[in-house]
Write a protein that binds this ligand. Structure first.
Ligand SMILES: NC(=O)C1=CN([C@@H]2O[C@H](COP(=O)(O)OP(=O)(O)OC[C@H]3O[C@@H](n4cnc5c(N)ncnc54)[C@H](O)[C@@H]3O)[C@@H](O)[C@H]2O)C=CC1
Ligand SMILES: O=C(CO)COP(=O)(O)O
Length: 305
């Protein structure tokens, strides 16, 4: 049995694919996200978290909700394998998902599942590959076997720092890529933005102890390319709306917005220059206009690549 907390798009998609091969208990505060895919009879739904007794639990709530969920249920969840499926940096603490898990559930085995995957693609059974990161490699190997399916291929690493930061930072760069396209600056400008954004991701991640090969893998480069080039991405679409001066539904989950603010603080504390992240944070926060944001990037001093 696998437990999944968070019956939104991603939690439900994971229930669909995992439920094809094993029993799943999916917990949601209310209902199941609107995915037009039937759940197998191996998937049970519950609104009572106490019914989720599985030893392996996937945490598929938004990043900024993870701390509260763990704070309210840490005692009940402690001692289990807790696999974060969210992407971001916690605004309140500056921590990533596995550090939040470790703080709330010291006897748990924290892990993170992240990488290039739209929920709709997973739910439809399309082939996807993700990174499963766990500092305990033996536990990570067991989770890799447990959570891989015919269509969902997991690659394992012990570098949770790199895997988490790849997934968190790509959302911020995707907002910037959307701004570029929304503002009509063209695909060449987006390619430049993605490349410089990847350099920014590496700078911070390596400074925080990540391994370069992790950033060059599925959780970093892979997810960056997917999210910056598809209008299936909510972060990209949010950026497009910013670039076009259009509105955007505030109820849609856009992880890169809060993560940009959290990462600006993290970068300052470590003396890391992250101009694209700073631009996204200022633009999304309404502290600069679009022309000022674009000018802030185009007028930077020339330097070696
Ligand atoms: N949608 C996608 O294609 C993918 C999403 N993810 C990640 O999955 C995480 C969840 O995102 P989605 O499922 O897409 O968002 P969503 O907006 O579709 O669903 C979020 C779910 O979390 C629940 N929730 C929100 N606050 C909560 C709280 N305080 N306590 C308990 N439940 C709460 C909501 O009721 C909703 O069911 C995000 O970090 C996202 O980056 C990762 C890969 C793909
Ligand atoms: O993380 C995702 C794809 O890997 C989903 O992207 P969005 O959160 O931008 O929709």
């Amino acid at each position: 049995m696998i437990g999944i907390l968070g019956a939104g798009a991603f939690g439900t998609a994971l229930a669909v694919t995992l439920g094809r091969e094993q029993p799943v208990m999916l917990w949601g505060r209310r209902g199941v996200a609107g995915l037009d895919v039937a759940l197998s009879e191996q998937v049970r739904l519950t609104a009572d978290l106490a019914e989720v007794e599985a030893e392996t639990v996937l945490l598929a709530v938004p990043m900024q909700a993870l701390g509260g969920l763990l704070g309210a249920n840490g005692g009940r969840l402690d001692g289990r394998a807790l696999v974060a499926c969210c992407k971001g940096v916690d605004l309140a603490t500056g921590l990533g998902p596995t550090a939040l898990i470790a703080a709330a559930c010291p006897a748990a085995t924290p892990a993170i599942l992240t990488g290039p995957s739209f929920a709709a693609d997973i739910a439809r059974g399309l082939p996807t590959a993700l990174t499963l990161a766990c500092t305990d490699d033996a536990a990570g190997e067991a989770l890799q076997r447990r959570l891989s399916t015919a269509a969902l291929r997991l690659y394992r690493t012990t570098d949770t720092v790199g895997a988490e930061l790849g997934g968190a930072l790509k959302n911020v760069i995707a907002i910037a890529a959307g701004v570029v396209i929304g503002a009509g600056l063209g695909h060449s400008a987006r390619a430049a933005l993605m490349t410089r954004g990847y350099a920014e991701m590496q700078r911070l991640a390596l400074a925080l102890g990540a391994r370069p090969e992790t950033l060059a893998g599925l959780s970093g480069l892979g997810d960056l390319v997917l999210t910056c080039t598809s209008d299936q991405s909510r972060n990209f679409r949010f950026g497009q709306a910013l670039g076009a001066g259009a509105g955007f539904d505030a109820h849609v989950t856009v992880e890169g917005r809060a993560t940009a603010t959290a990462v600006v603080r993290l970068a300052a504390a470590h003396g890391i220059d992250m101009p694209i992240t700073a631009m996204v944070d200022a633009l999304a926060g309404g502290r600069v206009t679009l022309p000022q944001a674009i000018q802030s990037l185009l007028s930077r001093p020339l330097k070696q690549e």
